[in-house]
Structure formats: structure tokens, C-alpha cells
Design a protein around this ligand. Structure first.
Ligand SMILES: C[S@@+](CC[C@H](N)C(=O)[O-])C[C@H]1O[C@@H](n2cnc3c(N)ncnc32)[C@H](O)[C@@H]1O
Length: 218
């Protein structure tokens, strides 16, 4: 897999078949913070003392490791639970070969294809390895405060932006939870709405156009 250095010096890779990169070229770390962690209000959630995050399409875990860093900086006593979903162990192994400027990321190096879970202090991270559409069925109703939704683009991977998968997201979202994604594609927003979610523009950073944030309330 070809490594790419993005504009903020953080590393990502190019998917060899899809010819799409795992992160925005304008800054992989910046994208994690601005497109996922900030719109999901992780800092504010950390003040409550507990944050439950679903990191969909986990890859190398930049989004959730950034979220843990932000949460612990805000409240070192915060209890954080991360569940990641990813179907490709090859990208999970790449965690060992990157060093993004994310404070908590070194802990993610404990994750290998033979060790999918770790706990350190108040933080537990568990990776579900398998197809998203199958893995989400095992998740508890109304469990998560935040969902990072980060598959490849709707053009390359329309099946993971479906009404059915968004309905599963709605099912596992707590009443006040926020889902954030980088895409603003019409098909994405229509499928969110068809699944009973309310959407709004997310921040405009890096990749063209704003992202989308979705909630269970209007
Ligand atoms: C844009 S990348 C996500 C990058 C990731 N968030 C990170 O910080 O490294 C999309 C990820 O979705 C994974 N993926 C693609 N199809 C999937 C599926 N059906 N189920 C689970 N994961 C999938 C890919 O292997 C890839 O790691």
C-alpha cells in the first residue's frame, strides 16, 4: 500500500483497488479533529464523565484516538469506551507504521489482528473485525453518544451509505447522540432521512463541501 504524507504532515495510505486514500490529503489529523471529534462535541461530553464512541470504518483509528485524547485532556477522569468496526486487518496492521500527532495514538499500537481490545486507565477500546453490515447487528440499542462514520466515498462504496445501515446507526444512538461524516452527498442525506435521522451541514474542512452531522432530534 502506497503511503501518502498529507498537508499537516500526518501519514495515510492509498487503497490499491479503489484508488482512494484513507484520509483527506489536506490533513489526516486535522480531518479527525475538525470533521469528526469537534462536530460530535467530545469535549463537552467528557465533562459529563463518560463518553461512548462508535468508530465506524476504523482503519487505523485516527478519529477515535483523537477523540480519546480530547476527552482525557478535558477531563482526565472521564470513562471512555470506544468500539471500532473494520473489515480489513491489513489496514489495522498499518497502525504500527504510522505516528500521527495524536496524543493517545501510541496506545492504539496495542491493537493487532490477534489482539483486538485493550484497557488502559479509564479507557477501553474494542475492535470488531468484519463487515460493517454484519457487525453492527451485535451492538446494543441506544448505547453510543457519538458515531464517527468514515467509509470510502459513496461513489466507490455506495452499499455502506445505505438506509439500512443508517437505521442501524439510529438504533444504537443514544437520544442525544451525534453522528458525523465527511460526506455531504445527496444520496447520503436522503438515506439518513429515510432512516429517521435529521441531518445538517457539518464543518467545511479539507475535502470539498461541508460534512454532515445527523441526530435523532430535529
Ligand atoms: C476512509 S477509510 C477510514 C479511515 C479511518 N477512519 C482511519 O482513521 O484510519 C475507510 C475504511 O473502511 C473500511 N471498510 C470498507 N468497507 C467496509 C465494510 N464493509 N465493513 C467494515 N469496514 C469497511 C476500509 O477497510 C477502510 O479502513
Amino acid at each position: 500500500m502506497k503511503k501518502i504524507i498529507t498537508a499537516d504532515k500526518s501519514e495515510t495510505f492509498l487503497h490499491p483497488l479503489l484508488q482512494e486514500s484513507y484520509h483527506s490529503h489536506t490533513g489526516a489529523v486535522e480531518e479527525s479533529l475538525k470533521k469528526f471529534v469537534e462536530p460530535c462535541k467530545i469535549k463537552e461530553l467528557a465533562k459529563t464523565g463518560s463518553v461512548k464512541i462508535l468508530d465506524m470504518f476504523f482503519g487505523m483509528g485516527y478519529n477515535s484516538s483523537m477523540a480519546v485524547s480530547v476527552a482525557l485532556k478535558e477531563n482526565p477522569d472521564c470513562v471512555v469506551e470506544v468500539i471500532g468496526v473494520e473489515n480489513d486487518s491489513k489496514i489495522v496492521e498499518k497502525i504500527q507504521s504510522v505516528n500521527p500527532d495524536i496524543h493517545f495514538f501510541n496506545n492504539y499500537k496495542k491493537i493487532t489482528k490477534n489482539n483486538l481490545s485493550f484497557t488502559t486507565g479509564n479507557v477501553t477500546v474494542t475492535l470488531l473485525l468484519g463487515d460493517a453490515q454484519e457487525q453492527v447487528k451485535h451492538l446494543q440499542d441506544s448505547h453510543f453518544d457519538a458515531i464517527f462514520y468514515d467509509p470510502f466515498s459513496p461513489k466507490k462504496q455506495p452499499e455502506v451509505w445505505s438506509k439500512e445501515l443508517f437505521a442501524e446507526m439510529a438504533r444504537v444512538m443514544e437520544r442525544t447522540a451525534i453522528l458525523a461524516t465527511y460526506s455531504c452527498a445527496r444520496m447520503v442525506r436522503e438515506n439518513m432521512a429515510a432512516a429517521g435521522l435529521f441531518w445538517n451541514d457539518g464543518p467545511k474542512v479539507g475535502r470539498r463541501g461541508p460534512g454532515t452531522v445527523a441526530t435523532k432530534w430535529a
